[in-house]
Design a protein around this ligand. Structure first.
Ligand SMILES: NC(=O)c1ccc[n+]([C@@H]2O[C@H](COP(=O)([O-])OP(=O)(O)OC[C@H]3O[C@@H](n4cnc5c(N)ncnc54)[C@H](O)[C@@H]3O)[C@@H](O)[C@H]2O)c1
Length: 342
């Protein structure tokens, strides 16, 4: 691992930044290169303790600019790519899908091309300096579409993306798969469920619930709040990624989930119950009174749920946090962050 140069795209984002810290701890000798466009979703504060430290490089740049991507590969010769960079918010993809095509599809393509040119001597043959190279694409369970009340997604599930966001992630997945099969690029890919934890952008569900609750506003829930997601604590996701990166065989795909199916209303109720105890309202009433159902998201998928048998049996990975423990840590973070709200 000493000579590993790990290019982490999207390392200023929510999951990417958590992974940067996780990887620095478990692989202190690896050189980490964060490559991020620093969009509205990024926050350099998430990694500011690492900037200007040894074996760490931050590059501000756009993965959908091929010249920039090629330059980064030429200058830094990464041995591993962990590709998080994406436009990631479904609502934004409905309002304006083009950036999702540019970043999630075109950007992934330029990274694959640069990796192929840097690592491969010829199709199916890696240059000796890159014999342990890996290109790891972080995908989502949303590429499989929506489940009814029963059933789970697994590695054999059919693709059926329903939003411009999930369509762009699905397209990127197919490009990744094709580079493994056609050129022998050593790819890895995982589909994970809804992540939550500290430092998530304000626009996402859990920060929105906590922020609106504390500021006395209506707590907005789409539709009737019955849409179900599998909730994965971000630190568990990072440990799974690290395991797949270290032990996954090129070409493999893994599903990663928290074994924690909850409706949006369940999650919201669990949060307001904790808030009622940890920061009771002066009025003595419950934050639950602020829950307000709002017009549903267009094409809102009903249910996602993940079967984690493969990663458990092949790599021995299981999530450590149940929802209650994960939410407790998460709420502590946002209580501190939002402490000055009116
Ligand atoms: N958050 C989840 O629950 C979840 C679930 C499954 C999969 N994923 C996937 O995990 C990855 C990370 O998700 P996240 O929640 O941390 O996202 P995020 O939106 O918090 O962060 C994305 C990061 O990518 C960067 N970025 C965006 N466009 C870029 C570009 N053109 N060039 C370089 N950098 C760019 C942003 O600046 C940001 O730092 C994404 O690929 C997402 O599809 C997320």
């Amino acid at each position: 691992m000493e000579n590993n140069k790990v290019l982490i795209t999207g390392g200023l984002g929510f999951i990417g930044a958590h992974f940067v810290h996780h990887y620095r701890q478990v692989q202190p000798k690896a050189h980490i290169i964060v490559f991020d466009k620093n969009t509205y979703a990024a926050n350099i504060d998430r990694i500011d303790d690492l900037v200007n430290t040894a074996r760490f490089t931050y590059i501000e740049g756009d993965i959908s600019n091929q010249e920039t991507v090629n330059r980064v590969f030429e200058e830094h010769q990464p041995t591993h790519v962990v590709h998080f960079a994406a436009e990631s918010h479904v609502d934004n993809s409905i309002a304006g899908p083009l950036p999702f095509l540019k970043t999630n599809v075109e950007g992934t393509f330029y990274l694959l091309e640069a990796a192929r040119k840097t690592w491969m001597q010829s199709p199916q043959k890696l240059k000796s300096a890159f014999k342990n190279a890996r290109f790891y694409h972080i995908s989502t369970d949303e590429v499989f579409g929506s489940l009814e009340k029963e059933g789970l997604f697994n590695e054999q599930s059919n693709y059926a993306p329903n939003s411009p966001y999930s369509a762009s992630k699905a397209a990127a997945d197919h490009w990744v798969r094709s580079y493994f099969h056609t050129y022998g690029l050593p790819t890895l890919l995982s589909h994970c469920s809804n992540n939550y934890g500290s430092y998530q952008h304000n626009e996402k569900l859990i920060p929105t619930i906590i922020r609106t609750a504390l500021s006395g506003e209506p707590i907005p829930l789409y539709g009737d709040g019955q849409n179900v997601r599998d909730w994965l604590y971000v630190e568990d996701h990072c440990s799974a990624i690290e395991r797949v990166l270290a032990e996954g065989t090129p070409g493999q795909v893994f599903c990663i989930g928290g074994n924690a199916e909850r409706s949006n209303l369940d999650i919201c109720t669990a949060i307001v119950q904790q808030l009622d105890q940890r920061q009771p309202k002066e009025s003595g009433t419950s934050y639950a009174e602020q829950i307000t159902f709002v017009t549903d998201r267009l094409g809102h998928d009903f249910r996602y749920a993940i079967e984690t048998t493969k990663i458990k049996t092949e790599l021995g990975w299981e999530p450590k946090y149940n929802v209650e423990a994960g939410l407790e840590k998460t709420i502590a973070h946002y209580l501190a962050k939002y402490k000055n709200l009116p």
